[in-house]
Write a protein of this length. Structure first.
Length: 748
C-alpha cells in the first residue's frame, strides 16, 4: 500500500503522454531534402543521472549554494531527502522523513515540495476504515527533517505547489487562486488575483508563469502581486513550437520554467525541447531540440528543472517505467546538426515508434530520424489520398527511407519493387517470436518486419469455449446463449454492429483474399451473415454506441473492456484482440479467480491468426539503406521493444516477459456509464504467474496466419457492418459495396 500511490501515478502520467513530438510532421511527407549537414559544431547532449536504487522522486530543487536536492520514496515507502555530491554521479542522504509516517498502510505521502532555502512542504493522505475519502494533512520540514504540522485552511484538494527563491510557499488548490501559505498559522492569502481558472503554474525568479485553459501564458510579478502581464513573444513562441500545453496529470506539467542568470532571462521546457527566452522578447531560442532527446518521447512527462553551472540543465521527468533525472551538457565537438537523416513514414500516429526514435537518437547523436504522419485529424488528409501522395513521392525518388506498412497495400508495393528484402535483419534478431516474422514471408523473403502484434482471443465459460471451432460455431453458440440470462448481455454492451465486426475482423480477414488478390466474395458474405447471427440488440442497451470512436474500434479492438464486464458477471462472451500486458493480466486474473472462466485463441474464418502491427519496411529507393537497417535492428532489441504505448505486444519474447513482470500487482480498473449508476464495474488485476505467461506464449508461438492490414479493405468492410447486422442491407449487398470500393481503389 505504501508504494501504490507513487507507482500508480507514474503509470497514469506515462499513459497520458501520447501526443506527437518534435520528430514528427503531419501530411503527405516533406520535400525529401536532407538536413543541412554543415560542419558547424556544438550541441547539448543528454545523459541520465543514476538515482538511488528503486526509488520514485517527488521533487528536485537547486539550493542557494548550488547543490541539487531531491525528495524520494524507496521501494518500502520510506521518504527521504538527498543531495547530489560534487562528482555529479552519486548521492548523499540528508535525512529521513518521520518514521511514524511508515507505521500504517493507510497513511502515505502524496506531495513533497522542496525549497531552495533547505526546508520542505509535505502533503500526506490518510484513509480511515469505513470511509471512502481520504483526509489530507500538511507538514513543514525544516532543514534537518523535523516535521511540524501546518493547519492549512482549505477543504479543497491540493493540485500544485512551489517555492519562490525567497522561500515563500505557493499552493494552488482545486477551484482556488494561487495562494501564499503561512507555515505557522496555515492561513492562505491570495497571492495573485484572477487565477481561479489557471490550470497550472511555475515559478522563475520573482515571476509566476501561469497557463490558462486556452494555453495562454500569464505573468504575475510576485513582488507586485496585482500586476498581470502578457508576454506575447513567449506565448507566440510556445504556440508556434507546437508544444502540448494541455494538462494531463497532476503529477507532471506540460510546461516547466526556471530562471537564468541574466535579468529577465527565463528557461522553459516542453515536449518540443528546452528554450531560452528574454522577457518581452519577440522569439525564444531553442537550446535543446526535443526531437533529438528524451524530451520528445511520448511517454515522458515533466516534473521540474534547474539550471547549473557551466550552462548545464537538469530535468526531472517520468516515463512509463520510472522517474528519470536528465542531465544536459554542451558538447562543443559534437555536430550541431546530425550528419545522417532517416525519414520514416506512417499512415497513422505511432507512439511506440516515436519513443524508439528518441532512444535511438540519444545513443546515436549523429543520426536524425523524422517520422511523417500521412493522415491525422489535424491535416484532414484521407487515408486514400495519403497513400497516393506517398506513392508519388517514392516513385519520384523523394520518398522516405523507412515505411510503417500498417494499412498500406503491401502486395502492390512488392509488385512495383518498392520494398527491400529484410531477411538478413530478421535473422540477426535475438529472442524474437520467429514464427511471427517467418509467416510474413512472400516468395521466401521478408519485406516487412512487425515490431508488435495483437492476438485474437475469446473468453467465456470453459464449457462454452469447447463449442467454438470457427465463426459459424461461434454464431451457433451466440444464438444458443441469447436470452438465457436476463441479468447478463451476450457481449460487451458498448458494441454496435460496426464495433462487433471490428472485434471479429482480424480472426476472419485472412480468408477474404484470393490468390489473384481479389475479394473472395463467398467468404466475405459468410462473415456478414455470421456476424449478423451473433448481433444481439438486447446486448446493445446504448443504441449505436461506439464509445471509443470509429478509429479506436477499428484499430484497437481490445479485449480488455469486455474482460472487465465479464469479470463482474455482466457478460456471457468476450472476444477481441489482446494488445498489452495489462490485457493479459486482466484475462489471467479473471481465469484464476473465476474457475468456470477460460480463454483461448479465437478461430474465426481462419485459425492461428495474429495481427502484425508497426510492420517496418525499407524503400528500395532509400539513400540510407544500411543506416535504416541498423535502426531496424535496434527496433527489435529488448530495450526498444519494452516501449509500451498501447500499440501492441512486442515481438521480442524477453521484452514481452519484462513488460508482464513489471505490471503493478494490485492495480484497480473500473468503469461506468454516466446515465446508469448501477453500471459500475471494477477489478483488481494481479501479475500473471509463470504458468499463465507460459500458456500465453505457447498460444503466440502457434500463430502462423497474419491478418489483413490494408486499411482500405478494413474501412470498406466495417463501414457496411452496422447496416448489415441491423437488416438495412443484405450480406450480398454489403459485399457488393465492398468489392466496388476496393476495386476502384486498386484500379487507381
Amino acid at each position: 500500500m505504501k508504494g501504490k500511490k507513487i507507482i500508480s501515478w507514474i503509470l497514469a502520467a506515462a499513459l497520458s503522454f501520447g501526443a506527437l513530438t518534435g520528430c514528427t510532421s503531419s501530411g503527405g511527407g516533406t520535400d525529401g531534402e536532407k538536413k543541412d549537414t554543415s560542419t558547424a559544431k556544438g550541441r547539448y547532449l543528454e545523459a541520465d543521472v543514476e538515482l538511488p536504487e528503486n526509488t520514485s522522486v517527488y521533487d528536485m530543487v537547486k539550493l542557494e549554494d548550488g547543490t541539487l536536492r531531491i525528495a524520494l520514496s524507496d521501494q518500502d515507502g520510506r521518504e527521504s531527502v538527498w543531495n547530489l555530491k560534487e562528482d555529479g554521479t552519486s548521492w548523499e542522504k540528508v535525512y529521513d522523513m518521520p518514521e511514524e509516517w511508515m507505521m500504517t498502510d493507510t497513511f502515505f505521502v502524496s506531495h513533497v515540495t522542496l525549497s531552495p532555502k533547505g526546508d520542505a512542504f509535505v502533503v500526506t493522505s490518510q484513509v480511515f476504515e469505513g470511509e471512502e475519502e481520504s483526509q489530507e494533512h500538511y507538514y513543514h520540514l525544516d532543514g534537518e527533517g523535523k516535521a511540524t504540522e501546518v493547519p492549512l485552511q482549505t477543504e479543497n484538494y491540493v493540485y500544485f505547489t512551489d517555492y519562490t527563491r525567497e522561500g515563500e510557499f505557493l499552493v494552488q488548490c482545486q477551484h482556488t487562486p494561487v495562494s501564499s501559505v503561512n507555515m505557522e498559522t496555515g492561513e492562505m492569502t491570495d497571492k495573485v488575483s484572477g487565477t481561479e481558472d489557471i490550470r497550472y503554474f511555475g515559478v522563475a525568479a520573482n515571476t509566476l508563469y501561469a497557463v490558462d485553459r486556452d494555453g495562454q501564458i500569464l505573468l504575475f510579478d510576485l513582488l507586485q502581486p496585482d500586476v498581470v502581464e502578457k508576454d506575447d513573444g513567449l506565448s507566440d513562441s510556445i504556440a508556434q513550437s507546437g508544444a502540448n500545453t494541455d494538462l494531463q496529470s497532476l503529477q507532471t506539467r506540460p510546461l516547466i520554467f526556471t530562471e537564468g542568470k541574466e535579468e529577465n532571462e527565463v528557461f522553459y521546457c516542453s515536449n518540443k525541447g528546452l528554450y531560452r527566452h528574454i522577457r518581452n522578447g519577440d522569439v525564444s531560442e531553442l537550446l535543446i531540440d526535443g526531437s533529438l532527446t528524451s524530451l520528445g518521447s511520448p511517454d515522458v512527462g515533466l516534473i521540474t528543472m534547474e539550471t547549473a553551472e557551466n550552462n548545464e540543465f537538469y530535468v526531472l521527468a517520468v516515463d512509463s517505467q520510472s522517474v528519470r533525472l536528465l542531465h544536459y551538457t554542451y558538447s562543443k565537438d559534437t555536430a550541431a546538426v546530425p550528419g545522417t537523416e532517416l525519414r520514416a513514414w506512417s499512415l497513422r500516429e505511432n507512439s511506440e515508434l516515436l519513443q524508439n526514435i528518441s532512444q535511438y537518437q540519444k545513443e546515436n547523436p549523429d543520426v536524425y530520424v523524422t517520422l511523417d504522419i500521412g493522415s491525422t485529424e489535424e491535416n484532414g488528409v484521407t487515408a486514400s489520398d495519403a497513400l497516393k501522395n506517398l506513392s508519388t513521392e517514392i516513385m519520384a525518388g523523394n520518398g522516405p527511407d523507412l515505411l510503417v506498412l500498417d494499412g498500406l497495400p503491401m502486395d502492390s508495393y512488392l509488385e512495383k519493387g518498392m520494398l527491400e528484402d529484410l531477411t538478413d535483419v530478421a535473422d540477426q534478431g535475438e529472442h524474437l517470436f520467429t514464427n511471427l516474422l517467418e509467416n510474413m514471408k512472400q516468395d521466401g523473403k521478408i519485406y516487412g518486419i512487425p515490431l508488435r502484434f495483437a492476438l485474437p482471443l475469446v473468453e467465456g465459460k470453459k464449457q462454452d469455449l469447447e463449442k467454438i471451432q470457427d465463426l459459424k460455431s461461434l454464431a451457433d453458440l451466440a444464438e444458443e446463449l441469447k436470452g438465457q440470462d436476463s441479468e447478463k448481455t451476450l457481449y460487451n454492451p458498448y458494441y454496435d454492429g460496426f464495433a462487433l465486426a471490428a472485434q471479429l475482423y482480424d480472426a476472419c480477414s485472412p480468408a477474404w483474399i484470393q490468390e489473384d488478390g481479389k475479394i473472395a466474395e463467398e467468404k466475405l458474405t459468410e462473415f456478414y451473415t455470421q456476424v449478423g447471427r451473433i448481433f444481439d440488440p438486447e446486448s446493445d442497451p446504448i443504441p449505436n454506441s461506439n464509445a471509443f470512436g470509429d478509429y479506436a474500434a477499428t484499430f484497437t479492438s481490445s479485449i480488455g473492456g469486455g474482460t472487465l464486464e465479464l469479470y463482474c458477471d455482466k457478460l456471457l462472451l468476450n472476444f477481441g484482440n489482446i494488445w498489452s500486458g495489462t490485457d493479459l493480466a486482466m484475462l489471467t486474473t479473471t481465469v484464476k479467480e473465476k474457475e468456470e472462466i477460460g480463454y483461448q485463441p479465437l478461430t474465426g474464418q481462419a485459425a492461428h491468426v495474429f495481427l502484425p502491427k508497426t510492420v517496418m519496411g525499407i524503400s528500395t529507393k532509400s539513400k540510407e539503406k544500411e543506416e535504416s537497417k541498423k535502426f531496424l535492428q535496434f527496433l527489435l532489441t529488448k530495450d526498444a521493444q519494452t516501449a509500451a504505448q498501447g500499440g501492441g505486444l512486442p515481438v521480442n519474447q524477453e521484452a514481452l516477459e519484462f513488460l508482464v513482470d513489471n505490471i503493478y500487482d494490485g492495480s484497480t480498473f473500473g468503469s461506468s456509464r454516466s446515465d446508469d449508476p448501477d453500471s459500475y464495474v471494477e477489478m483488481t488485476i494481479h501479475k500473471p504467474d509463470a504458468d499463465a505467461v507460459g500458456q500465453f506464449i505457447d498460444y503466440v508461438k502457434e500463430a502462423d496466419t497474419p491478418a489483413l492490414t490494408n486499411e482500405i479493405i478494413r474501412e470498406a468492410v466495417l463501414e457496411q457492418a452496422d447496416d448489415c447486422v441491423q437488416g438495412k442491407i443484405t450480406p450480398e449487398e454489403a459485399v457488393k459495396a465492398v468489392t466496388e470500393k476496393v476495386s476502384l481503389y486498386l484500379a487507381e
